[in-house]
Design a protein around this ligand. Structure first.
Ligand code: URA
Length: 245
């Protein structure tokens, strides 16, 4: 008689993936903070992130960086953590990596004001732009999960290893996760390189462009399967704070 893990492995779902997922579901019942965050509305979530001291980063940040974009957007892009520019302005991807991301969006005919929601694994800047500590990513995780639920994207694009591994519950290089449609719950998820990595490694920009075209196809397929129009416009702005004039 095959065990549950045997069946999951046969289906391409590693036991680790499932166990983490199940642990998260259990947490919603048992962890009061997670349960409270899971019930917050968009503006309440922003205020909660602003007041958060669940890890030490809350004490060293200038601004929290909840995320920006359109609630109901078909596309959701998830990066790693705010850098210096984002920490100063309270908006994700506004520095050099952000300009590259905007250009990539424009090449797809997308704009951050109209078509996408952009968030990070961490909502506060790690000092010196170091990679997120696992405990920091865990502390911020309820916010990301709730954002994804509120935005309800048709497709998630994980930008870089931190986002991909956090959302998929795996530990693998970006190169091995590209060119496949993964799942975050029921939502299709595609992995590509982080724009900051592409600035350091311009030779891989062509691969990132392939990934975005792959993502666009995955999104179109998901819309067709859901019986939705080809490119719905988002509904209801969900900006974290008033946009700079
Ligand atoms: N890098 C990220 O991962 N996120 C940002 O918001 C900016 C740079």
């Amino acid at each position: 008689m095959p065990t549950r893990d045997d069946v999951l492995r046969e289906l391409g779902l590693s036991p680790r993936w499932r166990l983490r997922d199940r642990a998260r579901d259990d947490d919603i019942d048992t962890d009061p903070r997670r349960a409270r965050i899971a019930s917050l509305a968009c503006d309440e979530l922003v205020a909660d992130i602003d007041a958060c001291r669940a890890c030490a980063l809350g004490a060293t940040r200038t601004c929290s960086v909840p995320g920006v974009g359109v609630q109901g957007a078909p596309w959701m892009f998830v990066g790693e953590a705010p850098g210096a520019d984002e920490d100063a302005q309270g908006e994700p991807f506004v520095g050099a990596a952000g300009r590259l991301l905007d250009n990539m969006l424009a090449a797809l005919g997308l704009s951050r004001e109209r078509d996408v929601f952009i968030a990070n694994v961490l909502k506060c800047r790690p000092p010196g732009n170091r990679a997120p500590e696992p405990a920091e990513a865990d502390a911020c995780r309820p916010y990301l999960d709730r954002q994804i639920e509120l935005v309800g994207p048709t497709l998630i694009v994980a930008l870089g290893k931190s986002a991909a591994c956090t959302l998929l519950g795996v530990d693998a290089p970006v190169g091995s996760l590209r060119r496949r449609v993964h799942r975050y719950g029921a939502t299709p998820l595609v992995v590509t390189y982080h724009p900051a990595y592409l600035l350091r490694t311009p030779a891989d920009k062509a691969k990132a462009w392939e990934d975005l075209l792959f993502a666009r196809n995955a999104l179109r397929e998901a819309l067709t399967q859901a019986g939705k129009p080809a490119m719905p416009s988002g509904a209801g702005a969900c900006a974290p704070r008033p946009q700079a004039a």
